[in-house]
Design a protein around this ligand. Sequence first.
Ligand code: S6P
Ligand code: ZN
Length: 202
Amino acid sequence: MKPVVSGNMVTKPFFVGWDPKDAVMDDPDNHIERYLDKLTRMWIDPDAAKRHLKKKGNPLVYEVYEKEIPQRDGEIQFCSSITHPGKIGTEYFMTKGHFHKRRDTAEIYYCLKGRGFMLMEREDGEHYLLEMRPGRTVYVPGDFAHRSINAGDEPLISLAVYPGDAGHDYGSIETSGFRYVVVEKDGRPEMIENPRYGRMLE
Ligand code: S6P
Ligand code: ZN
């Protein structure tokens, strides 16, 4: 059957399959892939990222499969968000993280596979780190930047659902980062202050 989403307009109701084995959306319109070579500045140790690239190659850190839904009020965006297992130095693989362009829009992440965390931080510094595991839905309220972190050894896979006109604002996270990061210490995840907070582009 032809996809029922054409261009930027939903023309009629549609469905997507969700492969129960790999927990990922079938038949997406877009596939976004984020490789390490484009993400070297987001870690607490950018030199460790460069060493990783030199010695171990350029891993796929995370990817998103999504349907193309009109970006307007009243619509619902949804996607498969997949963060792969791995570390840069002691820091777990994670997504870039973003605020929504329309700041007051919330999002839910229904975790289907893997183990990890959702890190959330508001501009005033209020922050939360909630564990993600299969069967758990994390609610990210409006005004919180959010980032998925994979602290396990298999892909961390969620169904993310958010308002049609939420949009993405990556700017301030790219520049300043999150105030906190999650690293592995003595074999366990630990949240510590980000030593590069406010100067991620240096
Ligand atoms: C979109 C939603 C997710 C992320 C995905 C990748 O609002 O939060 O689909 O886009 O997890 O993360 P990022 O930070 O690169 O957009
Ligand atoms: Zn989001």
